[in-house]
Design a protein around this ligand. Structure first.
Ligand code: PMP
Length: 456
């Protein structure tokens, strides 16, 4: 094995890291993660790190699950790989599809497997366009998303997302994608009641539809709770009104459950937490707890009937769609969540405990808002509470706070100036105390750093 210095030098020599500031990486070098168990990671120096982000919101069942290793080994021994292209199927893909139909809200009766959330959302774009073409309304092409919404990194998923800088990179944006503001009350409606703000924020969808022309709009996409786009918890009434507006105009409703799915919000899916009845749902991450790459598009009867009865052929798919080993691991992962009652635990016990602990940070001068549901929480930082002013440039203060957490061996993410937590669903109360205490100390340190941070 190599020394940490050797790993770092090799990494710096060859790797182009995703979503990474290369200058900062070159200055600091990467932290080499070598093993994990439960909610903990270990780096190459043997330091233990509490993973408050479950990897990238995905390791819901926690690390070190022997059952998942065994499931993969059994399937790899019997049949490591085969595909669904030649009018062929494999038992794990069949069983996983059945299980997902059972778990997801009623009516989502068909499944298309992909390898990543990006590919799942990319598949949805093609599916939605195909649907409207088969319905003899090919002019319905526009998909409406939300500012700062993240739906993946393929070219089309990036266009559907609302991340400003990302959308402007590399010949983007593509045509026929529009965006409305995300329902961030701290930013856009601090003087409104949550209910009034919920109505107003959903009204932005109606305004956009009228501006585009209702006959041109194909679909609306959103995460039940917007994750990488700022941990935005929908205000009361928001989704009911979005749902009503979509139904009124015949627009398809797509729920991106890549983060919210598999217990994160305290129900199997965020759509259940917020009573959303989507036509299409995308799943990834927690589907396999990140042990192997697999994702899925769940398709409701309205779309599947058209695709199957009128379409004949969906000219789309990936070599690894329905990869049997990934499906076997996903099945075993779901069965762990069921056996251990982890979803109920998030809703009834550990989720409320996390929120209660975070509420204790509300009076900190840097804390503008504490929000979340289940084990998905955000603490948005603010420059001045009385003046309601935010930090500029955005993200610098959040990043500093994140770095303080990480140097104290706790992973808490900064999305711009919102500190985000999404730990494995098995996290204990003691571990939550450690995570929140570390964040509290990091906030104090960041507060002390402000004069220097703001002048540099
Ligand atoms: N949708 C959402 C809401 C996500 O958070 C992500 C990943 N962070 C994706 C889609 C893309 O998934 P993947 O990285 O597996 O392509």
């Amino acid at each position: 094995t190599r020394s940490t210095a050797e790993w770092r030098a090799l990494d710096a020599a060859h790797a182009l890291h995703p979503f990474t500031d290369y200058k900062a990486l070159a200055a600091e070098g990467s932290r080499i993660i070598t093993r994990a168990d439960g909610v903990y990671l270990w780096d190459s120096e043997g330091t233990r790190i509490l993973d408050g982000m479950a990897g990238l919101w995905c390791v819901n069942a926690g690390y070190g699950r022997r059952e998942l290793v065994d499931a993969a080994a059994r399937q790899m021994t019997a049949l490591p790989y085969y595909n669904l292209f030649f009018k062929t199927a494999t038992p794990p893909a069949i069983e996983l599809a059945r299980k997902l139909v059972e778990l997801t809200p009623a009516g989502l009766n068909h499944v298309f497997f992909t390898n990543s959330g990006s590919e799942a959302n990319d598949t949805v774009i093609r599916m939605v366009r195909q649907y409207w073409a088969l319905e003899d309304q090919p002019e319905r092409r526009v998909i409406i998303g939300r500012h700062n919404g993240y739906h993946g990194s393929t070219v089309a998923a990036t266009a559907m997302g609302g991340m400003g800088a990302m959308r402007r990179q590399g010949g983007l944006p593509l045509p026929d994608f529009e965006h409305i503001r995300e329902p961030n009350r701290l930013r856009y409606g601090p003087d409104q009641s949550p209910e009034d703000f919920g109505r107003a924020a959903a009204g932005w969808l109606e305004e956009a539809i009228q501006a585009i022309g209702p006959g041109r709009v194909a679909a609306f996409i959103g995460e039940p709770i917007q994750g990488a786009g700022g941990l935005i918890v929908p205000p009361p009434g928001y989704w009911a009104e979005i749902q009503r507006i979509c139904a009124n105009h015949g627009i398809l409703l797509i729920a991106d459950e890549v983060i919210c799915g598999f217990g994160r919000t305290g129900r199997w899916f965020g759509s259940q937490t917020f009573d959303i009845r989507p036509d299409i749902m995308t799943l990834a991450k927690g589907l396999s707890s990140g042990y192997l790459p697999i994702a899925a598009v769940m398709v409701g009867d309205r779309v599947s009937r058209t695709l199957i009865d009128k379409g004949g052929e969906f000219i789309h798919g990936f070599t690894y769609s329905g990869h049997p080993t990934a499906c076997a691991v996903a099945l075993e992962n779901i069965s762990i969540l069921e056996r251990e009652g982890l979803v109920d635990r998030v809703r009834e016990d550990i989720g409320p405990f996390l929120m209660e602990r975070l509420e204790g940070l509300r009076d900190h001068p840097l804390v503008g808002e504490v929000r979340g549901k289940g084990l998905m929480a955000g603490v948005e930082l603010i420059r001045d509470k009385d003046q309601h002013s935010f930090f500029a440039p955005v993200g610098r203060v959040g990043t500093r706070c994140r770095d303080h957490c990480f140097s104290n061996n706790v992973v808490i993410r900064a999305v711009e100036d919102t500190m985000v937590m999404a730990p494995p669903l098995i996290i204990t109360r003691d571990q939550i105390e450690t995570m929140v205490d570390t964040l509290a100390r990091a906030l104090d340190r960041t507060q002390r750093d402000l004069p220097r941070l703001m002048s540099s």
